[in-house]
Design a protein around this ligand. Structure first.
Ligand code: C5P
Length: 234
């Protein structure tokens, strides 16, 4: 079984590209992220196909609407069998709580395993210079994480550099999924809210979402294996 802490982002447009990449990575990767680029171009069948290949799926559609609408949307998505779904914490505590409760009820009604529900805190692309919230970004991230936990969610998506503060605030048994990961040795000096796999995991991340560094590699499998070797034992 591959190391499920590595989630490879399938930010491609076609089913053929998905099949090619998943085929190349073979048994090295067992967890994939399907985001809006892929979902909007090929549709829900890609999630079902990945599940048929015994892969885990993080369906990263970042729902953000009024509580009733988000709850209904998540219940519709649940039928696809994804392992993780997500919503924006900035939609508010009531939205998160309504969404979590709806997923619980719907999974019980259908007798299926409930997908994990996690909240986007502050997008990692936003830096302090363009941030206009009243709190500092790191304070806002921790506040969103606390709210997500109190609302019954299973975890958050956050920058690797905020993972430690979240872990301290929210304790164990709380998923911290970190995008913005670049392999050790990559030049990340000019970008404040990204990090390496080792740093992210040491800070308390449970999962690493990595896309371009693997997809753009000459050998995606070699690139994935190198990352897995880096995190082995951590
Ligand atoms: O940059 P990369 O291709 O590794 O991105 C993989 C995924 O991580 C993207 O689908 C995007 O949603 C997310 N990401 C992010 N913040 C970044 C870089 C990527 O949230 N700074």
């Amino acid at each position: 079984m591959a190391d499920e802490r590595l989630i490879v982002a399938l930010d491609v447009h076609t089913f053929d590209d998905v099949k090619k990449l998943v085929g190349e990575l073979r048994d090295s990767v067992s967890f994939y992220k399907v985001g809006m680029e892929l979902f909007y171009s090929v549709g829900a069948g890609v999630v079902e196909w990945l599940k048929s290949q015994d892969k885990k799926v993080f369906l990263d559609l970042k729902l953000h609407d009024i509580p009733n609408t988000v709850a209904g949307g998540l219940c519709s998505l649940m039928g696809l069998g994804a392992d993780i779904l997500n919503i924006h914490a900035s939609g508010g505590f009531t939205m998160m709580k309504t969404a979590a409760e709806a997923l619980h009820k719907e999974s019980e009604r259908l007798g299926v395993e409930r997908p994990k529900l996690i909240a986007i805190t502050v997008l990692t692309s936003i830096n302090q210079a363009e941030w206009c919230g009243a709190l500092k970004i790191s304070e806002q991230v921790v506040e969103f994480a606390r709210q997500a936990k109190a609302a019954g969610l299973d975890g958050v998506v956050a920058s690797p550099q905020e993972a430690r503060l979240i872990r301290e605030a929210c304790g164990e048994n709380f998923l911290i999924v970190t995008p913005g990961i670049r392999p050790a040795g990559a030049d990340i000096n000019d970008q404040q809210r990204i990090s390496t796999p080792t740093i992210a995991l040491r800070n308390g991340a449970t999962h690493l979402v990595i896309g371009r560094p693997i997809r753009a590699a000459k050998s995606p499998r070699e690139a994935a294996l190198k990352i897995l070797a880096e995190i082995d034992g951590l």
